[in-house]
Design a protein around this ligand. Structure first.
Ligand SMILES: Nc1ncnc2c1ncn2[C@@H]1O[C@H](COP(=O)(O)OP(=O)(O)OP(=O)(O)O)[C@@H](O)[C@H]1O
Length: 337
C-alpha cells in the first residue's frame, strides 16, 4: 500500500545541513498496522510526513497504492492526499469550531454537499463514540475525546491510509489504551492501513503487526513485532523492548545471588510447557525463579524467566544444555560463584 524507495530528506540552511531521513526504503502492506519507533530526533515525523508529502523528500520515491506521489501535479496530489488521513499528538482541532464543524470541514473541502455532510458526520461520531458531543467545542473535551474528533475528521473522506504522528503521546495510559483500541477497530472493520510513529514500544506491542526502529534518520532494524520482541538484534531495539518486558533484576538481588543465573525466553507454545519442572526432575539442580512473566504480543505468548540454579557444576551444565535444547533462547547471565 505504501512503498518508500530510498527516501532522503535534507534540511539545508545557510550554515548547516541536517539529514532528517537518510536512505530509507520500506513497504507497508495493505490492511496492516505498521509501527515506526525511535527516540526524539530519529527522523520518525519527517519520514511519516514524507508519506503524504507534507514534507517533500529531497530524493527517492513515495508510492501509495502504486502511484508515485512525487510525480503528481498539485491538483492530482491534493486529490491523492484525500486517501491519506492523518492524526497528530496535538490534535490540531480548530478551537472556535464545534465538533460537528471540525469534522464537517474536511468533507466540505472535498466538495461534499450539506445534507450528505451532516449524515456522514453523525456516522463518524458514532464510530468514534462521540455522538453526544456533536455541539461541543474542543475546550469542553478531554484529550482522549479530542483525539477521537481528530480521528473522525481524518476518516471523513474514506481514506485508505491513516498516518498517526505520536497520536497517544500526550494521553494517560488508560486513555491511550482506548484510543489504540479504536485504531485497532478502524483497521479491522474498515480495512484501513495504519502507520503509527511513536517512542512508546507499548503502542507497537498493542496494535502493530510489523515495525521499524529508527536512529539518526535510518532504519536500523525491521520485522514482525513478535520477532522484534523475542529476538531483537540491535542495542537500541533491546532498550526499547526492555521498557515493556522489563527483565532486568535489581542490583541488590544480583549481588546476593551466588548460584548460576540463567535467562530463558519461551516463544509461542513453549511458554505453556512445564520445561523448568521437567529440568528439575531430570537433573540434581534446584531452580529459584527470580523473575518471570508471560507477555502477550498480538495474542502470541512470549515467556521470560530469570532463575538461579544451584547444584554441582556438572549437573548445572547438563541442565543448561537441556534447556538450550528445548528452549533455544537461553542466556547465562552470571556463572555460579
Ligand atoms: N524543518 C526542519 N528544519 C531543519 N531540521 C529539521 C526540520 N525538521 C526536522 N529537522 C531535523 O531532522 C531530524 C529528525 O527530526 P524529526 O522531527 O523527524 O524526528 P522525530 O524522530 O520525529 O523526533 P520527535 O519525536 O522529537 O519529533 C532532527 O535532527 C531535526 O532537528
Amino acid at each position: 500500500m505504501i512503498e518508500l524507495q530510498e527516501i532522503e530528506k535534507v534540511y539545508q540552511s545557510k550554515h548547516q545541513k541536517v539529514v532528517g531521513v537518510d536512505d530509507v526504503s520500506l513497504n507497508v502492506s495493505k490492511g496492516e498496522v505498521y509501527g515506526i519507533v525511535g527516540y526524539s530526533g530519529a527522523g520518525k515525523s519527517t519520514l511519516l510526513r514524507c508519506m503524504n508529502i507534507l514534507e517533500r523528500p529531497t530524493s527517492g520515491a513515495v508510492l501509495v497504492d502504486g502511484v508515485n506521489l512525487l510525480t503528481l501535479p498539485p491538483k492530482a496530489l491534493r486529490t491523492a492526499r484525500q486517501s491519506i488521513g492523518m492524526i497528530f499528538q496535538g490534535f490540531h482541532l480548530v478551537a472556535s469550531k464545534t465538533v460537528f464543524e471540525n469534522v464537517s470541514f474536511a468533507l466540505k473541502a472535498a466538495g461534499i454537499d450539506k445534507v450528505a455532510r451532516k449524515d456522514r458526520v453523525v456516522e463518524l461520531l458514532e464510530l468514534v463514540g462521540l455522538s453526544d458531543k456533536i455541539n461541543h467545542y474542543p475546550s469542553q473535551l478531554s484529550g482522549g475525546q479530542k483525539q477521537r474528533v481528530s480521528i473522525a475528521r481524518a476518516l471523513a473522506n474514506n481514506p485508505k491510509v491513516l498516518l498517526c504522528d505520536e497520536a497517544t503521546s500526550s494521553l494517560d495510559p488508560s486513555t491511550t489504551k482506548s484510543i489504540l483500541a479504536l485504531l485497532k477497530k478502524i483497521n479491522k472493520e474498515l480495512g484501513i492501513t495504519i502507520v503509527v510513529i511513536t517512542h512508546e514500544m507499548e503502542v507497537v506491542k498493542e496494535i502493530c503487526q510489523r515495525c521499524a526502529v529508527m536512529q539518526d534518520g535510518r532504519i536500523i532494524e525491521e520485522g514482525p513485532v513478535y520477532d522484534i520482541f523475542s529476538d531483537p538484534k540491535e542495542e537500541l531495539t533491546k532498550n526499547f523492548i526492555e521498557t515493556v518486558l522489563q527483565f532486568s533484576l535489581p542490583e541488590k538481588l544480583l549481588e546476593s545471588c551466588k548460584g548460576t543465573l540463567v535467562k530463558l525466553q519461551f516463544r509461542g507454545k513453549l511458554a505453556e510447557e512445564a520445561i523448568v519442572s521437567d529440568m528439575m526432575q531430570g537433573f540434581r539442580v534446584s531452580a529459584n525463579i527470580l523473575h518471570g512473566k508471560v507477555e502477550y504480543i498480538q495474542d502470541a505468548p512470549l515467556g521470560i524467566f530469570i532463575m538461579e540454579l544451584n547444584g554441582d557444576k556438572d549437573e548445572i551444565e547438563k541442565a543448561i544444555a537441556y534447556l538450550e535444547d528445548r528452549v533455544k533462547q537461553v542466556e547465562v547471565i552470571q556463572n555460579g560463584i
